[in-house]
Design a protein around this ligand. Structure first.
Ligand code: ADP
Ligand code: MG
Length: 365
């Protein structure tokens, strides 16, 4: 997947801005607050159909303007495509002149992976950050997963609302049975998608981590299920979640929250058997985040047959020379967009194209 032309208009602070990237490394540089991340964010919109920074899409429009537009020309599977995103009251995606019925219908058309200082939260923060990573990564290659996730979230919201009513004495406890069944059925499907993905992710991320650490350390990636199910049979998993829900019913009513299901599961990351969140050094945590993100990109490539575009936002200065070297060597065949303040940080990259951005304007290539 290669972007051949990028254009944005009134996206945050970006003025009408057009660039023609090379298939290799594209370096976008400029001082802080000039619009570098805004370019990365606008490209990723075509992958996630929403921003990685906000859920309020009106924030993406330049202040006091009514509409923002971003367009990408990109090649994929030997075809040239033109995609247009318009953000106004709503978001609308067009691909090759045809409007998508909903933004989610664009999922899977353009693949990219973003790695930024925020990616460290996958290792350092609460389980919800790791579930978010998984949910986005799996949706990318299995759009059916995102439909299932949406369904699950609705069931969960309904069950939690009912728990509240029961706690207040305005609904009967046995109304929960139907929601428990639905939640278990849908939850088991979600879990199986995730397990299948983690199977591959664990293997690839471990290989990459081994290379980053010079073969000295071993990364382990496991999935921890709140239902403690050890079977990968859909029926048995459904049963296991259902039984878990029944067992925890009293506590759930007291807390007015559902304590079992994929919304409570976690991705366990460890280096040489020690849990990464608590024990890994900052450098090791950075390497883990990088290994997971590169593995995400690799799986997209294996599944779709196309290299996703790699978006590296402000990360070079945080990686030591060895890790930088590894990253650039690893990404030799990929199209990369890399942002930094000072282009001398990336002077070792050969044949890259430089773009200077200042106050939302491109001031030179
Ligand atoms: N909706 C908006 N309208 C106008 N300017 C915005 C909007 N959203 C963010 N900005 C501006 O964009 C700039 C931040 O751009 P960003 O891409 O994050 O900078 P950096 O180059 O450091 O990555 C800030 O100056 C901010 O005020
Ligand atoms: Mg930035």
């Amino acid at each position: 997947m290669v972007i051949t032309r990028y254009r944005s208009e009134k996206f945050r602070n970006l003025k009408t801005l057009e660039l023609f990237p090379v298939p290799g490394v594209n370096v976008i540089f400029g001082e802080n607050g000039q619009g570098k991340t805004n370019i990365i964010e606008s490209i990723w919109m075509f992958t996630g159909c929403h921003s990685f920074r906000t859920h309020k899409h009106t924030e993406l429009i330049e202040k006091s303007q009514r509409e923002a537009k971003v367009s990408l020309s990109f090649s994929a599977h030997g075809m040239d495509n033109d995609a247009l995103l318009t953000i106004g009251q709503k978001r609308e995606f067009m691909l090759n002149g045809a409007v998508k019925e909903s933004p989610r219908r664009f999922l899977g058309e353009f693949q990219s992976v973003v790695f930024s200082p925020d990616s460290l939260s996958i290792v350092q923060e609460a389980p919800s950050e790791r579930r978010r990573f998984l949910d986005i990564a799996v949706s990318m290659i299995r759009p059916a997963y995102s439909t299932q996730l949406l369904k699950y979230t609705k069931i969960l919201t309904n069950r939690n609302a009912l728990l509240k009513q029961i706690a207040l004495g305005t609904a009967q406890e046995d109304y929960l049975d139907v929601w428990d069944e639905e939640l278990a059925r849908c939850g088991a499907r979600l879990t199986l998608y995730r397990l299948h993905y983690i199977d591959e992710l664990a293997h690839i991320a471990a290989e990459i981590y081994k290379e980053i650490s010079g073969g000295k350390e071993f990364l382990k990636v496991d999935y921890q299920q709140s239902s403690r199910c050890f079977s990968i049979d859909e029926y048995e998993m459904t049963e296991s979640i259902f039984i878990g829900l029944q067992k925890n019913r009293e506590a759930d009513i007291r807390r007015q929250l559902t304590s079992i299901g994929p919304h409570k599961d976690d991705l366990l990351l460890s280096v040489d058997t020690l849990a990464a969140r608590q024990y890994a050094s900052q450098g090791q945590q950075r390497s883990i985040a990088l290994a997971l993100k590169l593995a995400e990109g690799f799986i997209i490539k294996e599944t779709t047959g196309e290299y996703p575009v790699i978006l590296l936002d402000d990360v070079m200065s945080e990686l030591d020379t060895k890790r930088q070297g590894f990253l650039l060597e690893y990404l030799k065949s990929w199209q990369v967009f890399l942002t930094c303040c000072d282009p001398s940080q990336v002077s070792r990259i050969k044949n890259c194209k430089l773009f200077h951005i200042e106050n939302g304007f491109l001031t030179g290539e």
